[in-house]
Ligand binder design. Structure first.
Ligand code: ATP
Length: 330
């Protein structure tokens, strides 16, 4: 388990992490999602004791990283900056790491197998592709058979097969009861990998909830309706809490009503409906909604469209914030 309490990091005039409080639980994959510059790597470095917090605390299984006697056995990490001697082979790199942490050499062979590095393990690291480098970083992270695994952007530079491999690996590690915390700026990747999401923007936690809650928290049922009499149907459906937008000819987008109610109303009035499609918000949409005020760099034009919270934003993250508040109150 990883517990951060009011964790902050300030570099000169720049607040990279602005007092974050969260818990990463064992037995599930927790995604750490945020746009570039949101503070993900800085938070992970503080977890690993590589950066000292300006304020607050972070513990791994109850202790700060540096207090663990055998940290590599407690927590394994792949962080963005890897220090691997380019003239060394993957095998000798892992062996040296194992030797300095009293890890048996047999474990080196195990992690080489697990990460699919067998064919290149004796080759020099300087010839490695980005993908092989990532696999080697993951092998090093798993060397101590740690209960807690932290991976910073693990799918960066991987081909589709590699991405799938990471996805299956982290799910497997979580199924063994380990704490798995991985960062990404890609919502699409997280939606296929993580069970739980912590979303960060401009150094602050925006959401901390199961993926499904983040989606459901939008609380909006939208339906695409095609009908030959859009005006008549819109008039029949109109009431408080229902919003209807005419899209193109014969196409309406209706919010606030279940598809079944729409169909019943149309049937009762003898109006032909030839499409009824429920539109669930994709995780991508939910993410953009959650982070739209928190992207560090944005164009003037996009800013001009965001003058204040939209009704969806006000309604949406209620469930998400509920979870966040519970977290803060613990
Ligand atoms: N050593 C440092 N000195 C000054 N500023 C820093 C330092 N490290 C990070 N920052 C700044 O802190 C902010 C957060 O950076 P961080 O690398 O933690 O973000 P991130 O979410 O990991 O982003 P990315 O996905 O781009 O890696 C950024 O504005 C970054 O420029």
């Amino acid at each position: 388990m990883i517990q951060a309490r009011d964790l902050a990091k300030v570099y000169g005039a720049k607040t990279a992490v602005d007092g974050v409080t969260f818990t990463v639980h064992p037995g599930r994959v927790t995604g750490f999602l945020g746009p570039n510059g949101a503070g993900k790597s800085t938070t992970m470095r503080m977890i690993m004791g590589l950066d000292a917090p300006t304020r607050g605390t972070v513990t791994v299984n109850g202790e700060p990283y540096a207090k663990h006697r055998a940290p590599l056995r407690e927590i394994g990490a792949l962080l963005e900056a890897r220090a691997v001697h380019p003239g060394r082979s993957a095998y000798s790199h892992l062996r040296a790491l194992a030797a300095t942490h009293a890890i048996p050499t047999s474990r080196v062979d195990e992690v080489i197998d697990m990460t699919g590095l067998g064919a290149v393990a004796r080759k020099k690291v300087k010839g490695f592709s980005l993908g092989m480098g990532q696999r080697l970083g993951i092998a090093a992270a798993l060397l101590g058979d740690p209960q807690v695994v932290i991976l910073d952007e693990p799918v960066n530079g991987l081909d589709p097969e590699g991405v799938l491999w990471v996805r299956n690996l982290v799910k497997y590690l979580a199924s063994e009861g380990r704490t798995v915390f991985l960062s990404s700026h890609l919502m699409s990747e997280m939606s296929q990998t993580a069970d739980h999401l912590i979303v960060i923007g401009r150094g602050r936690i925006i959401a901390d909830a199961p993926i499904q809650d983040i989606l459901d928290g939008r609380g909006e049922i939208r339906t695409r309706v095609r009908t030959d009499r859009p005006e008549q149907l819109a008039a029949l459906l109109a009431r408080e809490g229902v919003s209807i937008r005419a899209q193109e000819r014969e196409l309406l987008e209706v919010s606030g009503l279940e598809p079944r109610e729409i169909a019943q109303t149309a049937l009762g009035a003898g109006v032909l409906v030839y499409e009824l499609t429920p539109l669930t918000a994709s995780l991508e949409e939910a993410y953009l909604e959650l982070t739209k005020d928190d992207v560090e760099y944005r164009s003037e034009t996009s800013h001009a469209h965001d003058a204040g919270p939209s009704p969806e934003r006000a309604a949406a993250p209620a469930a998400v914030q509920g979870v966040q508040n519970q977290e803060a109150n613990r």
